[in-house]
Design a protein around this ligand. Structure first.
Ligand code: IVH
Length: 703
């Protein structure tokens, strides 16, 4: 039987303090059971009553509000609210075009890739690029079974309950949909609905929202789906993921099918037959932009024929068959208050403009990049100047110039530092690795001794495309880097945090900004990433020039951590064969190899990598199309090809799991030779490598 509590009004200060301490502890325990263990031991009503009492006591004794009070914690961090969903078909992004010339190039590129005759038209579509957030809706047997945000493109958040609350999203499809159908599109909010919502917020004394896009995103990611239901969200369907039986063979046909299934599609979509027609549709949409009633930030062009889309395929994370033609960036003027120097992961010193906050295209801007010392000189800006700022899409805002008439008398010139702003004040150098060439970028020469670079390395390590550890963001990394009790100085230290916490007297949960639940969640998130994909491991090391795509190439080529590690050490030891093998990989050239060699030649890095590899378990790379006869084979194309471009041939082979090399060696499995093939053909014959012609290639791949 719970003991009846005295009314809050009757509490003495001492009693209140004791009870607040008890409530903080108990509520944290219930949070842990509810969120982390999924096993609550009290009803929601009892839990709410505890929180209400906590609040009531705090209101009477504001000076007793504890550091770890439940009222200071605003629920669980966002990323912990929803389950993750793996997209069966990745959700990709679009490449951007910023000018007419870019669009003309895009169409020419497609024609070249497909080897189209000069007269043959390529039918394309043009439609508005909606400024909202993308959502993937999965229907089985015509019923909505799940809805996921894009996330990193591979894995999104499960927001099914919220999607059901959006009136524009059918729960049951009309007509005769395929058995499995993933419809993708954009969730957005109209200007009118956004303004009305802000009016309501204001009337209720609640904070107002910045722009419709962020509001739509926030509304969809509400833990309580009744909040989503109360927000007027809308949805346009324009793409798809998994489909058991395609209802059409063209982009326009698919969009018409979506309409028949009960979705809204954008009325401004048009079919066009040339770059000129695309551009005239772009201008027509741009003219109507202000009167549409919702935000759009450009026009998307797509190849209409799905068979051609298939042939064109993807580069990295965007399709070759589509592009987003962005509207010009928005501009505003404001005052340059100062220039700070940021030190990046590779030691590059980047000047960052601190601005008087200004709204540019609906977003408050306070910082802008100044790139490097030359850029400051080129712009001629001084601190105190009134400057023009531009913001385009998600890109970091830029400074375009200053207004000479408005320069104040006390404007000061910025002097670029010659030492790193870190406590070591290491001298700044200007040359690139191994090249001896003086570059525009100034770098701190401290490398792993420089605390800024170390923190940036750790931030990169936990970032979304690397280890992606929930709850371990930029702020938390800095916290652990400087924490005397649970220091994280090297990636491996992250994986010993929970064990060290268990042994420590000073526990994480007792530290400011942390609690029982958040500490437990963090340890769980870290544990979840102890097994990691090879490409994430390679990318996470933060080797210069080894971006996500290069990491993927390396992972696919070497297959396992052991193989990659051996190759990297061999390259660092100047082993000619290892170097040649790496050089034969797609898109990997001297700069990448020099950088991998530089990284692994450094004892500190070798040690870091060894400790990390001991703490985690690295999954072998997924071999694409593992059942194809070309999986894992190395193919060389030579001579002129007639039915496909060189790029298409290469992409085709890679889709089948093969590696495409530029030169014939002992490791080559197959040479596809067209007319005019020369020395490579001879070398293949010398080495006894199989040679086939283009027709035989198409026969083998079954195309
Ligand atoms: S097509 C394979 N069409 O833009 C690419 N995307 O920058 C499928 N977006 O993530 C996307 N309007 O969120 C496409 N009409 C439209 C779009 C559109 C907005 C968004 C979408 C995508 C992003 C890519």
């Amino acid at each position: 039987m719970p003991v009846a509590k005295p009314p809050v009004d009757a509490l003495s200060e001492k009693q209140a303090s004791v009870e607040l301490e008890q409530l903080a502890r108990e509520i944290a325990e219930h949070d842990q059971r509810y969120h982390a263990e999924d096993a609550p031991t009290i009803s929601d009503a009892e839990y709410d009553a505890m929180r209400r009492r906590n609040l009531a006591i705090e209101q009477r004794f504001p000076e007793l509000v504890r550091e770890d009070s439940p009222s200071r914690r605003v629920g669980a961090p966002v990323s912990e609210k929803f389950d993750k969903v793996r997209h069966k078909v990745p959700m990709l992004s679009l490449d951007n075009a910023f000018s007419d010339a870019d669009v003309i190039d895009f169409v020419a590129r497609i024609r070249r890739y497909l080897k189209l005759d000069a007269e043959a038209p390529v039918v394309m579509t043009a439609e508005p690029k909606i400024d909202g957030l993308s959502l993937s809706l999965r229907y089985e047997g015509g019923r909505l079974v799940s809805a996921a945000t894009r996330g990193d493109g591979q894995e999104g958040e499960n927001v099914t309950a919220n999607a059901r609350a959006v009136a524009d999203i059918p729960n049951v499809l009309a007509g005769d949909p395929p058995d499995v159908l993933e419809v993708r599109g954009e969730v957005y909010m109209t200007h009118a609905d956004f303004l009305a919502l802000n009016k309501r917020q204001e009337a209720e004394g609640k904070p107002t929202y910045v722009n419709p896009r962020n509001t739509a995103a926030g509304s969809l990611r509400q833990l309580d789906s009744s909040v989503t239901a109360a927000r007027p969200l809308k949805f346009f369907a324009y793409a798809w993921g998994e489909v058991s039986q395609m209802p059409a063979q063209t982009q326009t046909g698919m969009v018409e099918a979506f309409e028949a299934f009960g979705f809204h599609t954008n009325p401004l979509m048009r079919r066009c037959e040339s770059a000129e027609e695309l551009l005239s549709q772009y201008r027509a949409i741009e003219e109507r932009r202000a009167s549409l009633g919702y935000d759009i930030d450009g026009v998307v062009y797509k190849v209409d024929d799905l068979a051609l889309q298939q042939r064109l395929g993807f580069v990295s994370r965007s399709p070759r068959w589509a592009i987003a033609h962005k509207f010009p960036a928005e501009k505003a003027t404001t005052i340059l208050r100062g220039i700070d120097i940021q030190v990046g992961r590779t030691g590059a010193l980047t000047p960052v403009a601190r601005l008087e906050p200004v709204t540019v295209g609906g977003v408050v801007v306070t910082n802008a990049t100044l790139h490097n010392a030359e850029e400051i000189e080129r712009l001629g800006v001084m601190i105190g100047d009134t400057v023009t700022v531009q913001r385009a899409g998600d890109v970091i805002p830029q400074i375009l110039g200053f207004i000479a008439d408005k320069r104040p008398d006390d404007a000061t010139a910025f002097v670029f530092p010659t030492t790193c702003p870190c406590e070591l004040q290491t001298p700044v150098v200007r040359e690139g690795i191994g090249t001896g060439v003086e570059g525009v970028v100034r770098r701190c020469s401290g490398e792993f001794a420089c605390p800024f670079q170390r923190v940036e390395h750790l931030r990169h390590f936990v970032s979304r495309r690397a280890f992606d550890i929930d709850g371990l963001g930029e702020k938390q990394i800095e916290f652990f880097f400087n924490d005397p009790d649970l220091p994280v100085k090297s990636p491996a230290d992250i994986f010993s945090l929970a064990a060290r916490d268990a042994e420590n007297l000073k526990k994480l949960k007792d530290k400011e900004g942390w609690g029982t639940v958040s500490a437990a969640n963090l340890f769980a998130a870290i544990e979840e990433r102890r097994t990691i994909a090879l490409e994430r491991m390679i990318y996470g090391l933060g080797i210069r020039h080894v971006g996500e795509q290069t990491a993927k190439t390396l992972a696919r080529a070497y297959g396992s951590w052991g193989e990659f590690h051996d190759a990297a050490l061999a390259v660092a030891g100047d082993d000619a064969q290892a170097r040649e093998e790496m050089d034969a990989l797609d898109d990997i050239g001297d700069a990448v190899i020099a950088s991998i060699a530089h990284y692994f030649a450094e004892e500190h890095n070798r040690e870091l990598v060894e400790r990390l590899a001991g703490a985690v378990s690295v999954r072998e790379a997924e071999r694409p199309a593992g059942d194809s006869p070309f999986a894992g084979k190395t193919i060389v194309f030579t001579g002129s090809l007639e039915r496909m471009s060189r790029d298409e041939a290469k992409a085709m082979a890679e889709r089948l799991g093969a590696k495409v090399a530029g030169s014939v060696s002992k490791k080559t499995d197959l040479v596809v030779a067209g007319p005019g093939a020369g020395s490579k053909l001879k070398k293949a014959a010398d080495l006894g490598v199989e040679v086939i012609d283009e027709d035989a290639w198409f026969e083998r791949v079954g195309a």
